[in-house]
Design a protein around this ligand. Structure first.
Ligand SMILES: [Cu+2]
Length: 255
C-alpha cells in the first residue's frame, strides 16, 4: 500500500514537471538518454535519475514561484490604496503560519530523501568495476592513465594519453581522480557527473556508459588563464573496439 502511494506521489510530481516544461511525452524525460529538452543527452547509467531529480526540483520551485508572485500581484491590486478605505489592524494567524511552515518543511524533507537516494547511488561505494584508470588534471589538460599488461596502475608499463578518455560501453569504470597543480573540476556533462580534482588527494568516481559515441570532458573550475581550453574527449566504444584501441596505444608506447 505504501509503495503504491509513493509511486502516485512520484507520478504526480513527474506530471507537474512535464507540464511545467511544456512537454507531453513522458519518454522525453525518462526514456533512454534522459531529459532531452534542454539537456545534452544522458549517456550514463544514472543520468536519467539525475535529470528526473532536476525536473522534480524545477517543478516544485517553479510552482512555488508562480504561486508567490501571483499572490503578490493579487494582493497589490486587491488591497491598493483607495479613497475612504482604512487599513485593518491584523494580529497574525497561527493557522496560516503553521500551514506555510509545515508544507515547505514537508517538501524539503521529500527532496532531501529523494536526492539522498540518488546521491548515495552515485557517490557511495561503487558497484564492482571491470576497469580502473586514473585521470589527473593539470594546467591545462587531462592526463589519462591506463594499466598496462600487468593490470596495475602506476607501474612501468602504464599507458598514458592526453585529453583522450576511451571507455568501454556497459562496463563499470572506476576513475581515480587527481591533480598535479591546482584544483580542477572533472566534468562529464553527458554522464551527469562532476567532481573536483584536488592536489594531494585522490577522489574516486565511477561511470557506466549506456551508449557509444563521442563526448566531452570539461574543467568546471576556474583553474588559471588557460582554463577555457582545458577540454578533453570521451570516446565510448564497444569492449572489442576499446581493447583494440588499448592494444594500439600499447604498441605505440612500449615497443
Ligand atoms: Cu582546470
Amino acid at each position: 500500500m505504501k509503495s503504491v502511494k509513493h509511486s502516485c506521489w512520484n507520478r504526480a510530481l513527474t506530471a507537474a514537471a512535464l507540464l511545467l516544461a511544456g512537454a507531453a511525452e513522458p519518454a522525453w524525460a525518462f526514456g533512454q538518454g534522459g531529459a532531452r529538452f534542454w539537456f545534452p543527452p544522458a549517456v550514463s547509467s544514472y543520468g536519467a535519475q539525475v535529470d528526473r531529480l532536476f525536473l522534480i526540483v524545477l517543478a516544485i520551485t517553479g510552482a512555488v514561484f508562480f504561486l508567490v508572485e501571483g499572490a503578490l500581484l493579487w494582493f497589490l491590486i486587491r488591497y491598493r490604496r483607495r479613497d475612504g478605505s482604512k487599513a485593518a489592524y491584523i494580529h497574525g494567524s497561527t493557522r496560516a503560519e503553521l500551514i506555510w511552515t509545515v508544507i515547505p518543511a514537508l517538501i524539503v524533507l521529500y527532496l532531501a530523501v529523494a536526492s539522498q537516494r540518488v546521491w548515495a547511488h552515485i557517490q557511495g561505494p561503487p558497484p564492482p568495476h571491470q576497469l580502473e584508470l586514473e585521470v589527473q588534471g593539470e594546467q591545462f589538460a587531462w592526463n589519462v592513465r591506463y594499466a598496462g599488461p600487468d593490470g596495475a596502475l602506476h607501474t612501468a608499463d602504464d599507458l598514458e594519453t592526453i585529453n583522450q578518455l576511451h571507455l568501454p560501453v556497459g562496463q563499470v569504470v572506476l576513475i581515480n581522480l587527481a591533480s598535479k597543480d591546482v584544483i580542477h573540476s572533472f566534468f562529464l556533462p553527458q554522464f551527469r557527473i562532476k567532481r573536483d580534482a584536488v592536489p594531494g588527494m585522490t577522489s574516486r568516481i565511477w561511470v557506466q556508459a549506456t551508449v557509444t559515441g563521442n563526448f566531452e570532458i570539461v574543467c568546471a573550475e576556474l583553474c588559471g588563464l588557460g582554463h577555457y581550453r582545458m577540454r578533453g574527449f570521451v570516446t565510448i566504444e564497444t569492449p572489442e573496439e576499446f581493447r583494440a584501441w588499448l592494444a594500439q596505444v600499447q604498441q605505440e608506447q612500449h615497443t
